[in-house]
Design a protein around this ligand. Structure first.
Ligand code: HAM
Length: 416
């Protein structure tokens, strides 16, 4: 035997028992999001690198060191998607979605790729559920999206959730603030960590994320963007908060909330779970009013979020894990009954029953044991002349004409 092969570091297999849970999670997400008018979208697994370089921002960790980028064989650079917002804005521009009634509300459930150091809750291929609303800057869009994510996390029983919100203002306000912050960091450069000091020019906002003691002391005295919002941005933020409070969504305002992507304007938010350790963000997002235009489309406001499925699963107290119920198990004694048994399983499936047939040559006794183990409701034991139908819940048995088995089960089920 040659050496056993394993998946690459930071990736994993979704096994059938895990897939059942994911299907339940997806069904909940679909019900909540489609109920609010969001429609599913799927963009390709890889995009031209430019989409992320321009969209996510050249100074971000994602673009600087976490993208899987390669040549497509024809001299064009492509990248496995590290996130979903920039591709959706690219698709909005490419398909002229600004001509549709606005806002265009979309949701997705897809896998994403970031070359990060793997640990619990952080993988190199991971899955996100996301929602994006493009074409309206109404604060009700931001609030609706946040309420939907809060509802989703609550229905999925994600424990000990905390929501932080902030506002970054417009891109202009952010740029002006960035310069003030850089000046503050330069004035205190000797107290900062090496890492933060080396990124003063490139990404000063990330200094708020540092856990280095000296840096934290400097950041405690740093100017805050939230204190310097212009009137329209401050009113927008106040309106979002008002709607959240009315919807009963508790939140804290965090003026230092920094998200790892450059496209945000105005509202930003993040949901954390106290049930997770280091990687405690279950979902986050915000408004990105300049992104569609940055990717070649018309000036279009937008807002959205994404939540990590692995982290939801880690933080959830009670997701259902039930496999599909088996209505009928078709058992048979010997090879001469196989054809009739096969036809019966096929007929049952066409009548929309979940039906399985013996496929491993077990003895009749073994087949009944197996049917019991997989929770089959009925077992049909196919013989030459007749078929015995056994109700596994009551233990009752009926002798049924082979042609009448499916009808009999349907009738029995209807009576219960
Ligand atoms: P993000 O904060 O980078 O935002 O990712 C959203 C969520 O994806 C995180 O809160 C986390 O749960 C999960 N996640 C991120 N990286 C990993 C990883 N390596 N392993 C496991 N889970 C991970 C975005 O991606 C934005 N596109 C969100 C957005 C949508 N903003 C506006 N619209």
């Amino acid at each position: 035997m040659s050496e056993k092969l394993q998946v690459p570091r930071g990736t994993y297999d979704v096994l059938p028992q895990d897939a059942d849970t994911r299907v339940a999670l997806e069904a909940t997400a679909r019900r909540i999001l489609e109920g609010a008018g969001y429609r599913r979208i799927e963009t390709p697994t890889f995009e031209r690198t430019e989409v992320f370089a321009r969209g996510v921002g050249a100074s971000t960790d994602i673009v600087q060191k976490e993208m899987y980028t390669f040549d497509d064989g024809g001299g064009r650079s492509v990248t496995l998607r590290p996130e979903g917002t920039a591709p959706i804005c690219r698709a909005y521009a490419e398909h002229g979605m600004h001509k549709l009634p606005q806002p265009v509300k979309l949701w997705y459930l897809s896998s994403f790729f970031r070359s990060e150091k793997p640990q619990q809750g952080r993988y190199r291929q991971f899955w996100q559920i996301g929602a994006e609303a493009l074409g309206s800057d109404d604060p009700a869009v931001d609030a609706e999206l946040i309420v939907l994510l809060a509802t989703l996390l609550s229905e999925l029983e994600v424990g000990r959730v905390r929501l932080r919100v902030g506002s970054l203002g417009t891109l202009d306000a952010r740029h002006a603030y960035r310069e003030r912050l850089q000046a503050h960091l330069r004035d205190n450069a000797d107290r900062l960590s090496e890492d933060v000091r080396s990124r003063i020019e490139l990404n000063p906002l990330r200094a708020f994320d540092s856990d280095h003691a000296g840096t934290r002391a400097v950041m405690a005295e740093a100017p805050l963007l939230l204190d310097q919002l212009d009137r329209a941005d401050a009113e927008h933020f106040a309106a979002v908060r008002e709607l959240l409070l009315r919807a009963g969504v508790e939140h804290e305002v965090d003026p230092t909330l920094v998200r790892g992507l450059d496209y945000y304007t105005r509202t930003v938010f993040e949901f954390e779970s106290g049930k997770l350790s280091a990687q405690n963000a279950v979902g986050g997002g915000g408004r990105y009013d300049g992104l569609v235009e940055m990717l070649g489309g018309p000036a279009t406001p937008g807002c959205g979020w994404a939540a990590g499925i692995e982290r939801i699963l880690l933080a959830s107290d009670g997701l259902p894990v039930a496999p599909a119920p088996v209505d009928l198990y078709v058992a048979f004694g010997g090879a001469q009954q196989r054809r009739a048994a096969f036809a019966l399983a096929d007929e049952a499936r066409r009548a929309r029953m979940n039906a399985q047939i013996e496929l491993a040559g077990r003895s009749l006794k073994g087949q009944l044991k197996h049917a019991d183990r997989i929770g089959a409701r009925y077992v049909a034991i196919v013989d030459d002349e007749t078929t015995v139908l056994k109700d596994m819940q009551t233990g009752e048995q009926f002798e049924v004409d082979a042609a009448g088995v499916v009808a009999r089960i349907l009738r029995e089920r209807g009576m219960r």
